[in-house]
Design a protein around this ligand. Structure first.
Ligand SMILES: Cc1cc2nc3c(=O)[nH]c(=O)nc-3n(C[C@H](O)[C@H](O)[C@H](O)COP(=O)(O)OP(=O)(O)OC[C@H]3O[C@@H](n4cnc5c(N)ncnc54)[C@H](O)[C@@H]3O)c2cc1C
Length: 394
């Protein structure tokens, strides 16, 4: 494959989470000879590894729905090339009476871009969801192809493929600062003081990205916020459906034969990525267990078995930042997945790679030329103070 004369021949990426690693993969896929990835721990060790792994086309923005559709193709392809668990048993979204119209609007938008989503007729609810109590639900949608991937495995799988193709992945190598002079990026400084020069640096450091921008005196309109997961031990967990229960503000899915994963204990304030409480707190576990018991009577016997909290990177409009920094030449951003960054990561990496190498977008992404460009926030290029919500209906 050829690369346009003005496009870079070497790219240095900071961060091997779902976004950074899929960018590396797609740069190589497009023929870029030199891809270097610098990761402070190991691929998938950041938010990616803490994720619930849900991949759903039941989103509110049609562009994001298209990205998930493309991501499914890419997840599936990755699973044929490396060890990666991909399960697509389908997923339900439950909306309250007050949000029923929003859910219906979402389904229309999802269908308009070809997503296989249906509104489930009320007469079929009891038969389709026999283990759930649905008295307070106003509408239900279902996407047959929705499901989950093992998030950490995704990052490791792509890292393995990229390494075999010649990418240099420096693990256990923290980046201390970005080197920027006269509004041009010059490279990075590592934790041990060494400098790596580069004409193009892509910042894909997830919730740590703002700190690295600060190292070069730059702002970033993002906010790391905390979200929690509880693992409950209960019989028949494997028989439960995957559900985004927007009516009760949670999602759940089987984790193992006798374990149910329940999430969305989102806290709405800014967190310090290096100093936050990584455990699921008692209030969250109690509150989610109560909501679950209301929805799923069989959860009466459920016992908390484990839990954790991770951080996600919120942006003002919940769209990611994928493209050149508005003021610093050579600095690119590939970050801001918000609470649903894993499910779009494969397609976002592909989008970012095509932008960087100045290539026309593949047909699956055509029409997304302006999606997520950092320039859209140029007049708000200072830190965000308000945290965003997690995975919701709007
Ligand atoms: C509890 C929880 C549940 C979630 N559930 C879902 C879900 O079901 N579906 C979904 O789509 N999304 C989900 N998300 C969101 C999703 O995990 C994120 O949007 C996504 O993983 C972000 O990927 P990333 O590559 O941007 O960031 P990260 O995965 O955090 O990657 C950034 C990488 O940069 C590295 N790094 C940071 N600083 C430095 C430095 N100074 N030097 C070198 N390397 C550095 C980190 O070690 C890390 O590996 C969830 C998130 C959480 C926390």
């Amino acid at each position: 494959m050829t690369i346009s004369a003005a496009a870079p021949r070497r790219v240095l990426i900071v961060g091997a989470g779902a976004l950074g690693i899929s960018l590396a993969y797609h740069l190589q896929q497009l023929g870029l000879p030199h891809v270097q990835l610098v990761e402070r721990q190991f691929p998938g060790s950041g938010s990616t590894g803490w994720s619930a792994g849900l991949v759903s086309v039941q989103l509110w923005n049609p562009d994001d729905v298209r990205l998930v559709l493309r991501s499914w193709e890419l997840f599936t392809l990755a699973a044929t090339r490396a060890h990666l668990s991909v399960e697509r048993p389908g997923m339900y979204t439950l909306a309250s009476e007050a949000d029923a119209a929003t859910l219906q609007t979402n389904v229309t938008a999802q269908q308009s871009v070809g997503a296989p989503v249906e509104l489930v007729p009320r007469a079929a609810w009891a038969e389709r969801l026999p283990t759930l109590q649905l008295d307070d639900v106003g509408a239900i949608s279902y996407a047959a192809g929705d499901g989950m991937v093992a998030p950490g495995d995704y990052a490791l799988a792509l890292a393995g493929i990229s390494r075999k193709r010649g990418a240099q992945i420096l693990q256990n190598t923290p980046v201390r600062s970005l080197l920027v002079r006269d509004d041009v990026v010059r490279g990075i400084t590592l934790g041990d003081g060494r400098t790596l020069e580069a004409e193009v640096v892509v910042l894909a450091a997830g919730v740590w990205s703002a700190r690295l921008c600060e190292s070069a005196g730059l702002g970033l309109p993002v906010c790391p916020y905390r979200t929690q997961i509880a693992i409950l031990k209960m019989a028949q967990a494997r028989a439960q459906p995957i559900v985004h229960d927007a009516a009760a503000g949670m999602y759940f899915r089987p984790e193992a034969d006798e374990e149910l994963l329940v999430g969305d204990g989102t806290t709405h304030h800014r967190e310090d990525p290096d100093h936050y409480d990584e455990s699921a707190n008692v209030q969250f576990v109690e509150s989610v267990a109560e909501r679950l018991l209301h929805r799923m009577p069989a959860a009466a016997s459920a016992m908390p078995a484990a839990g954790w909290a991770g951080l996600v990177l919120g942006t003002p409009d919940r769209l990611p930042l994928i493209g050149p920094h508005p003021t610093v030449e050579g600095l690119w951003l590939c970050l801001g997945g918000n609470g649903f960054g894993l499910m779009r990561a494969p397609a976002l990496g592909e989008l970012a790679a095509h932008r960087l190498l100045q290539r026309p977008l593949p047909s699956a992404l055509r029409g997304l030329e302006g999606y997520g460009l950092p320039q859209r926030l140029a007049d708000r290029w200072s830190a965000l103070s308000v945290a965003q919500s997690g995975f919701t209906l709007r």
